[in-house]
Design a protein around this ligand. Sequence first.
Ligand code: ADP
Ligand code: S3P
Length: 305
Amino acid sequence: MEAGVACKLKYPTWTESERFGRKPPSSLRFAWRLREDQKVRVVVSAHFPVQTSSNRHRSLSFEVSCSSYNNFPASTLETGSFRAPYDEALKLENKSQEIEPYLNGHSIYLVGLMGSGKTTVGKILSHVLSYSFYDSDALIEEEVNGMSVAEMFNLHGESFFRKKETEILRRLSSKKQLVVSTGGGAVVQDENWDYMQKKGISVWLDVPLEALAQRIAAVGTHSRPLLHYEPGDPYTKALKRLSYLLEQRGKNYAKANARVSLEEIAGKLGCGDVSDLTPTEIAIEALEQIEGYLRKEGGMTIVGL
Ligand SMILES: Nc1ncnc2c1ncn2[C@@H]1O[C@H](COP(=O)(O)OP(=O)(O)O)[C@@H](O)[C@H]1O
Ligand SMILES: O=C(O)C1=C[C@@H](OP(=O)(O)O)[C@@H](O)[C@H](O)C1
């Protein structure tokens, strides 16, 4: 019976109260009827949190004790502990609720090299903040009757694309409550910064080149025309070109209001490889960095919106 009871200890049940913002109980009680005619009460107590072994997991201890009406007091049947993952989605939601009032409707512009996750992380942020999401490349494609960015570069050249990119950012700059995934090269033109900063906070997703090249190699380089010039397999092409682009643009990305470094997140979470970081963990760090920026700027309020 003891093992059966222990198996019924469900971690989500324990954390359910946290979801509603209450403090977790120091113990939970379950009534367990063994036989119809013989009432036996099994009392389970769980203590929170005993120890946090890393930022990604927490260790919880439990104690199973059993008592019945005719056998009192309770005797301890089993004690132990187990590791449970943090609920990322809950952490993301809490963080967004915390900073949303201070964001004061400011849009978020994600900048960074190709493949840095601007679109992936941007969609998560827009969802949790209830902001509208825009991918500037996709808006340009719409504007040019559905022509892909790669075709645009081939047919009309890069400068045609860059003009469209600036025009799209200009249009978005008058709107509030947006999350915008910008193209990797948007940071090069000063005019684009004027638009991004008008009603927005810029966030640089700083991802190590090897991780970027791996991500891009996994999906191929066809949609990213600037990677077409290099010889070799997709990983080598991407790594070579991205190293060059980072050298050229590094100082431009560094102008962003906040920086999200995947190496730093991995360090904080005690995770050896940045490729193991989930988009949600990166989105949480983005909100934390935005919060840091807002605090620095003026006690969590920004004027001028
Ligand atoms: N944290 C992540 N871990 C693994 N793969 C990711 C992560 N974030 C994005 N990706 C993948 O990397 C590729 C590029 O991501 P994307 O969001 O399109 O980048 P960007 O918009 O900056 O070019 C996509 O295939 C996406 O699924
Ligand atoms: O780095 C760049 O100059 C570019 C990045 C691409 O966007 P993503 O960063 O979304 O891939 C796209 O705008 C175009 O291929 C040029």
